[in-house]
Design a protein around this ligand. Structure first.
Ligand code: GNR
Ligand code: NI
Length: 174
């Protein structure tokens, strides 16, 4: 298992639409292991493959609260089936949008159909943070970030600040 670099906004790769996985094989499992390791290291609760630069429709998640009790979840080719009409608001953050947090409205519950780590077909009924997180990760597969839901003004201010931060980090001081 390897910790990979998480791509951060602004980066055009994050805007790519990810492609379905044909078969869940060892290559995909290796990718899921690396994604999970990367997510744990970054202290996130979810990660989409595109966040480490791989445009495949794969998501990993772990919402367990207690440290030491890991509950990894793997979603390959997820499809959202039934979104509730009821809406919930969560303050979201994203490992690819550093130090930005904002409230986002999404359906409170949803059903997701997917393949698991072994390639077996599963259906999950999600609510609460799980439903929010799944929808946040599904957006990554379409090249969508949570800041896209904010007003144009807020979003452009955020991207401007992030670009400046990035330039600083990229600068080499000798
Ligand atoms: O770690 C994460 N926390 C989080 C909090 C509220 C709503 C969504 C998330 S997902 C995020 C990790 C991430 O960026 N996944 O793509
Ligand atoms: Ni994210």
């Amino acid at each position: 298992m390897t910790v990979k670099t998480i791509l951060t906004e602004p980066n055009k790769i994050l805007r790519q639409v990810s492609l379905p996985v044909e078969k869940v094989g060892n290559e995909e499992r290796q990718l899921m292991d690396d994604m999970l390791e990367t997510m744990y290291e970054a202290k996130g609760i979810g990660l989409a493959a595109i966040q480490i630069g791989v445009p495949k429709r794969i998501i990993v998640m772990d919402l367990s609260k207690e440290e030491g009790k890991k509950e990894p979840r793997y979603f390959v080719n997820p499809i959202i089936k039934n979104k509730s009409e009821k809406i919930s608001t969560y303050e979201e953050g994203c490992l690819s949008v550093v130090s930005v947090f904002a409230e986002v409205d999404r359906p409170s519950t949803c059903e997701v159909e997917y393949l698991d780590y072994n390639g077996d077909k599963k259906i999950l009924k999600a609510s609460g943070l799980l439903a929010t997180c799944i929808q946040h990760e599904m957006d990554h597969l379409e090249g969508i970030l949570f800041i896209d839901y904010l007003s144009k003004l807020k979003k452009s201010m955020i991207i401007k600040k992030l670009s400046k931060l990035k330039n600083k980090e990229d600068r080499v001081v000798l």
